[in-house]
Write a protein that binds this ligand. Structure first.
Ligand SMILES: [Zn+2]
Length: 495
């Protein structure tokens, strides 16, 4: 019997509600929409943490992100993962990622990949996956930057003069990038075509061996500089490099309130959507290549995201770890398994903690006992309901986990059922209960007296999660991870 290969695509910052197969009206994903017809589509796939560094341990290793302690980021050395499980049974393995510094060997992601290409030189230089994005901000130290920062501070008190300031700011943004002549020259991460080129080359090199290919794409990640072809495919008017630079800088400004930011929101979203469209185009090319080499019929394919993105839904931007709101924790999940007939998936949440065991089970392979998640493949394949809650966690305010002290803030934990969602903050201690049926936008928590049985039930689930996290901690994995951190820190100081 020929073994099934597995292709896993994780798209950074891809919100569930910005793909066509989840109902988005703009044409971001025509190819994936056509693939969705023969795939399982999960109406409520929920990440186990956000952003990247609190999400990927669950996707790759089926482990809650804070299970080894708040100060441990990424995977521990020798921790069982999808890659280790597949390597053990003879799969060829490759990971090709678009230069996300948190998806690097620094955080243990290279384990058991024959080829691990991350397009990074110095991961710390690109640290970005937090609140505001360094590359977006006008952060130089020249006189113009200093003047601009000074102006930004007084901007709120300028009143109607603010319009004049915005015009000056536009000219200033043009000044700081005098050589930009295309969006390509402004882009900070390799676009999906670069990643798919590498993937196709690798696939050509491995013959008929069953394989595991993991791609991590950054096209929708800020700063938002999509391929110009993608904007054209979306039917959007062209954006000049200066215009795109201005929009990104404006969107990153810390001196503006919601109302003024909202003025350019739709233009920013159009740039973000362009990034998604390029992912769609390139995933189509990858699958075409698999079809041409007659491997697609034996390929399990999963596409999901590590977290979503905020566009002022709750006044926020980007994806800082803070509130675990739906726009950040709910992601698309499309799963195509050859030979399995698509069934409708019920709206119970599916935690990405269960993705790795589900993929292994669908490939008829055994699941490592260390995985905290479980396979839902039997229920998915048969279209039967499953009863599940999805727990997500992060550390509030940890926007630069390269700084150890940044990792030690208070935990935030959410427990999400189909209808109710509880968000627990630990400093100050606060719990918010939402009724997602009545309030899908999570705009107002229920009053403390409402829905007491539900609140009690979800609090009990949160309590059990915290208790088990402490009691079942793999202390050996924790020590290995901490030793790695210390070694890297010593090397950094030595250098
Ligand atoms: Zn991310």
């Amino acid at each position: 019997m020929t073994r099934k290969s597995i292709v896993l695509v994780t798209v950074d910052c891809l919100r569930a509600d910005h793909v066509g197969f989840m109902g988005y009206p703009r044409p971001t994903t025509p190819f994936l929409d056509s693939l969705a017809v023969e795939s399982f589509v999960f109406p409520a796939a929920i990440v186990a943490g956000a952003p990247t560094y609190y999400s990927l341990p669950a996707i790759l290793a089926s482990r809650y992100p804070l299970a080894l302690g708040r100060d441990v980021l990424g995977l521990a050395p020798d921790e069982p993962t999808l890659a280790t499980a597949l390597k053990q049974v003879g799969y060829a393995t490759a990971s090709i990622g678009a230069a996300n510094p948190y998806v690097s060997s620094r955080f243990g992601y290279q384990q058991c990949f024959d080829v691990f290409r991350d397009f990074l030189e110095d991961p710390a230089d690109r640290a970005s996956d937090g609140a505001s994005d360094g590359a977006n901000s006008v952060s130089g130290n020249g006189w113009a930057s200093r003047l601009n920062r000074g102006l930004q501070k007084v901007r709120p008190s300028l009143g109607p003069l603010g319009i004049v300031y915005d015009e000056l700011y536009f000219r200033y943004c043009q000044r700081v990038t005098p050589t930009a002549n295309s969006l390509d020259s402004l882009r900070r991460f390799p676009a999906a075509d670069v990643i798919v080129d590498e993937a196709c080359q690798w696939l050509d090199s491995i013959g008929d061996t069953p394989f595991f290919l993991w791609l991590h794409l950054m096209d929708p990640h800020s700063p938002y500089y999509p391929k110009e072809e993608a904007l054209a495919l979306m039917g959007d008017a062209p954006v000049t490099p200066y215009g795109a630079r201005y929009l990104n800088s404006y969107w990153n400004r810390s001196d503006l309130g919601r109302r003024r930011l909202a003025r350019h929101r739709d233009e920013i979203v159009a740039l973000y959507d362009g990034g998604i469209r390029w992912v769609d185009v390139q995933v189509a090319r990858l699958i075409e290549s698999l079809r041409n080499s007659r491997r697609w019929d034996r390929c399990i394919f999963a596409l999901t995201a590590d977290h979503g993105e905020e566009f002022l839904d709750h006044d926020g931007r980007y994806h800082p770890p803070a509130h675990l709101r739906e726009e950040l924790i709910r992601v698309p999940l499309l799963l195509r398994v050859p030979g399995a007939i698509r069934k409708e998936i019920k709206k119970a949440p599916f935690s990405l903690l269960h993705l790795a065991p589900t993929l292994l089970d669908a490939a008829e392979l055994s699941v490592p006992s260390a995985f905290q998640g479980a396979s839902y493949w039997p229920q998915i394949r048969q279209g039967t309901t499953y009863d599940a809650v999805a727990i997500s966690e992060c550390v509030a305010g940890c926007t630069n986990p390269f700084r150890w002290e940044n990792r030690m803030g208070p935990r935030v934990l959410s427990v999400r059922e189909s209808r109710f969602k509880l968000v627990l903050h630990f400093d100050p201690l606060k719990d918010e209960l939402y009724d997602l049926e009545a309030d899908p936008g999570e705009q107002a928590p229920l009053s403390s007296g409402a829905h007491k049985p539900e609140r009690r039930r979800l609090l009990e689930i949160a309590r059990l999660q915290l208790q088990q996290s402490a009691e079942q901690r793999d202390v050996h994995a924790r020590v290995r991870a901490r030793l790695r951190d210390l070694r890297l820190e010593a090397e950094r100081i030595h250098a």
